[in-house]
Design a protein around this ligand. Structure first.
Ligand code: PA5
Length: 446
């Protein structure tokens, strides 16, 4: 089994009867999604994407990745939200959060930028790039998002100065809308190779398109295995039996808990390489469900690290949350704890044991403790950190998120709330067309 839901630590809060009672709502939501007659149904391109992806482009992505590997020391990926989180999650989960420092690796370092407006973050990266060969992948479906657009302007200038206009065009790759957007036209006019974010795939559901796949391929990760994992997840989770389908069960349990006042879901992992996966998951669920005054607030922790910070609150604070624990069954590395003849630290009872055994024991101890502290815990057991498992897990969460959004009664595929800050920022920065709003905001400041 690649992924399975263990409900042992949630049974006290959610009974089988309750799961069966909500099952019709979950089936209705699942049918609306698969029959494409629910809210936001023009954004369902991700559902069959692991089978229906553009095969010609997929091969072009692999070729471009090889060229990038041969051409540069540093690969800069410019994008925000769904235009970078999935790629970064994949690289850290499958390879390592320390991928850039892996000794003897033959693939370029990778840096993600254009995901904030911090001058320090951008300046630091520019310093790192000094004297290095660089390639850039600008990723923006709309092509107009301010954060990546500003970073792209800066990197374009750098590349054109360093390599000339002709040289730069061999090093800039754009992933954007197929034909309409500003970035597409600009890229075509400048001769950059372009890749497509399909019209019917929203940013946070786009990791298995060129958005995620090009950066992932540059690090040497096997794309075919990721797609294989996602394909098998489609097969595994398209059935309509809540007791056999763990994706539906996850949807049911989290919605039952929400209705019982558990407004916060904490994704907990005992593997630091999952940190960006958690960030990706937070965006997926937060942007999809948090609207119309509704939605579970998605949060995350890495244990045992955060047991020494947020652990106190989870154990003992307000009882408003539940945890979804990602249990990675097989660690990517073995590390045996050494024997110390002096046993000064009194740790010889652990000597000869694999550190992963200790990590899993910490997990079990915490599950019992949090259960005693009245925190429901859903456990998602995933085989390992392979490409295959990553693809499988991504599809599991995307499907769960979409069905869950429908159970909640929201459109999981729009993000109207994201526009509010943008409009205010443009008005305050003096962008043309925003004069009235600028005046209103200025009056509010007085
Ligand atoms: O999920 C989404 O749609 C968003 O998070 C977008 O990915 C994000 O806002 C970036 O948009 P764009 O790719 O148009 O620059």
């Amino acid at each position: 089994m690649v992924l399975s839901l263990n409900d042992k630590f949630v049974k006290k809060y959610v009974t089988n009867e309750e799961v069966n009672a909500i099952s019709n709502e979950v089936y209705t939501a699942q049918s609306a999604l698969f029959n494409r007659n629910g809210l936001g149904n023009d954004f369902l391109g991700w559902i069959n994407l692991p089978f229906d992806y553009d095969k010609e482009e997929f091969e072009r992505i692999k070729k471009a990745a090889k060229r990038i590997q041969n051409q540069c020391d540093i690969f800069v990926v410019i994008g925000i939200g769904g235009s970078y989180l999935g790629a970064r999650a994949a690289i850290e989960f499958i390879k390592s959060p320390l991928y850039n420092n892996i000794k003897g690796k033959k693939t370029p370092d990778i840096y993600f930028t254009g995901n904030s407006i911090s001058p320090s973050a951008l300046s630091d990266l520019l310093k790192i790039c000094e004297g290095k060969d660089i390639c850039v992948n600008v990723v923006s479906k709309s092509g107009t998002t301010t954060e990546p657009a500003v970073a792209f302007r800066v990197f374009r200038e750098l590349l054109e100065k360093k390599y000339g206009k002709e040289g730069a065009k061999e090093r800039i790759f754009a992933t954007t809308d197929k034909e309409k957007g500003t970035l597409k036209k600009f890229s075509d006019d400048n001769g950059y190779e372009t890749f497509v974010v399909p019209d019917d795939v929203g940013g946070r559901f786009s990791v298995l398109t060129a958005v995620g796949l090009l950066p992932i391929a540059v690090t040497g990760i096997d794309l075919d295995k990721i797609m294989q994992g996602a394909q098998d997840a489609i097969r595994a989770f398209n059935t309509q039996d809540i007791n056999e389908n763990d994706c539906l069960k996850y949807v049911a349990i989290r919605n039952i808990l929400y209705r019982k006042g558990k407004n916060i879901e904490i994704l907990a992992s005992y593997e630091p390489a999952s940190q960006m996966l958690c960030e990706w998951w937070k965006q997926l669920f937060g942007e999809s469900e948090g609207k119309d005054g509704k939605g579970i607030y998605p949060s995350s922790v890495i244990f045992s690290t955060d047991l020494h910070s947020l652990g106190q609150y989870i154990q003992d604070g307000e009882r408003i949350m539940f945890e979804t624990v990602l249990d990675i069954k097989k660690a990517s590395d073995e590390l045996i704890i050494p024997f110390d003849p002096f046993n000064v630290d009194k740790l010889n009872f652990l000597a000869g044991k694999d550190l992963d055994y200790v990590n899993h024991t910490a997990m079990l101890g915490t599950l019992f403790a949090h259960s005693d502290g009245n925190v429901p815990n859903i456990v998602l057991e995933i085989a390992d950190r392979s490409e295959y498992s990553f693809g499988y897990l991504v599809y599991f969460f995307e499907l769960a998120c979409a069905i869950s959004g429908y159970v909640l009664g929201v459109n999981p595929f729009n993000q109207p709330g994201v526009e509010s800050y943008k409009k205010n920022m443009f008005a305050l920065l003096g962008k043309e067309g925003y004069e009235d709003l600028a005046n209103k905001l200025k009056n509010r400041m007085n």
